[in-house]
Design a protein around this ligand. Structure first.
Ligand SMILES: CSC[C@H]1O[C@H](OP(=O)(O)O)[C@H](O)[C@@H]1O
Length: 358
């Protein structure tokens, strides 16, 4: 366990997921911003728990961590039978798929690892090379995500201008991806080009990913960021401080409905009311053409204590009824455009999203 104070300025953005030697290092995002603690994981069970408890969170980061979780499962196989090895990999994938239900990147990454394992098992290659081949596949998923996020930022840049106010929600930042983030990618690239943006970050109750993660990473990068309570978004929009809303997503349905952190739908309605564009930034790995529309997206409900406790004490009466959905769905008609690594997609989303995969 490596604990450091996070008050120091870091030269490089923090990496939330890192493979080192033959184990997985995860930055415990539950402890940010005050503590930097890298956890060392060596089993799929530890990866499942890390995803479920949000040690690692954010759709792409969850997928990358799960991919390395499959590699840890492959390391556990000591036999010599290819079919038996494949069955073990398929069992690990099925197990890791139960860690969280909404972010489609988890299932996308596991399917990619399962397909790689199937090709290996069907090949003439010796089983001794399978572990290395799976590790290379997981590393490719991570490396590709970094490039994909950078491209999302590049495609978003024409939507931005010097001095612009951008409001974002939760953390769709470098900590939620391999690097750059999705919603934050244009902010980082604009900053690199000397563009002055004013970012407003919703704290994002109840887990405070905006306050603890987005505000932290943008401040570390030297980007002008102002922290808001979630209930302030309407007011700052009414003051004319916001010229665009940019958020990430955990799953885009085939018709363009968007599942994202709870509170996103409210922002979309507020943005429409103030005639402010509402952009969703996401990689193709977060677009799920197999889910026709938003009401079919499974919405995770999380533990009550995330709402009834905070700031080191109970913040609600004992026994109070609690509803704690971690996500909501924004209907596609409220979405101005979806920014992907292949470019900006606008309505009609069903046809235009499908065209991305042709
Ligand atoms: C770039 S995906 C980020 C996405 O994931 C977050 O959810 P969680 O923190 O619960 O994993 C949130 O919905 C972000 O928009």
């Amino acid at each position: 366990m490596n604990i450091q104070e996070s008050t120091q300025k870091y030269d490089q953005p923090l990496t939330s997921v890192r493979w080192e030697g033959d184990s997985l290092q995860l930055l415990d995002q539950r402890l940010l911003p005050e503590t930097i603690d890298m956890k060392n994981l060596t089993t799929p069970e530890e990866v499942w728990k890390a995803i479920h408890s949000m040690v690692v969170r954010g759709a792409p980061a969850i997928g990358i961590a799960a991919a390395y979780g499959v590699v840890l499962g492959a390391k556990q196989y000591t036999g010599g039978d290819k079919l038996e090895w494949l069955q073990q990999i398929e069992q690990v994938c099925a197990y890791l798929a139960t860690s969280r239900p909404t972010a489609v990147n988890l299932f996308w990454a596991l399917d990619r690892m399962k397909n790689k394992a199937s090709r290996l098992a069907a090949s003439e290659d010796g089983i001794s090379g399978f572990y290395g081949a799976l590790l290379a596949e997981a590393a490719s998923i991570q490396a590709e995500d970094e490039e994909v996020c950078r491209l999302i930022g590049e495609h978003a840049l024409p939507l931005l201008s010097d001095g612009m106010g951008i409001l974002t929600h939760c953390n769709a930042g470098g900590l939620a991806t391999a690097k750059y983030g999705t919603a934050t990618a244009p902010m980082y690239l604009a900053h690199e080009k000397g563009m002055k943006l004013k970012v407003y970050a919703d704290e994002t109750r109840p887990v405070l990913q905006g306050a603890r993660l987005t505000a932290f990473e943008l401040q570390q990068a030297g980007i002008d960021v102002t922290l808001l309570c979630d209930n302030m978004a309407g007011m700052v929009m009414s003051k004319g401080w916001v010229q665009a809303v940019i958020v990430g997503t955990d799953r885009v349905a085939a018709n363009g409905d968007v599942a994202n952190k709870i509170g996103t739908y409210s922002l979309a309605v507020l943005a429409k009311a103030h005639n402010i564009p509402f952009y969703v930034a996401c990689p193709l790995s977060t677009i799920d053409l197999n889910t026709a529309s938003g009401e079919l997206i499974p919405i995770e409900e999380r533990p009550e204590h995330e709402i009834t406790e905070g700031f080191g004490k109970r913040t609600a009466p004992q026994g109070i009824k609690v509803y704690n959905p971690a996500f909501d769905v924004t209907p596609n008609e409220w979405v101005t455009a979806i920014i992907t690594e292949k470019g900006i997609v606008r309505a009609p989303y069903k046809d235009n999203l499908a065209a991305l995969f042709r």
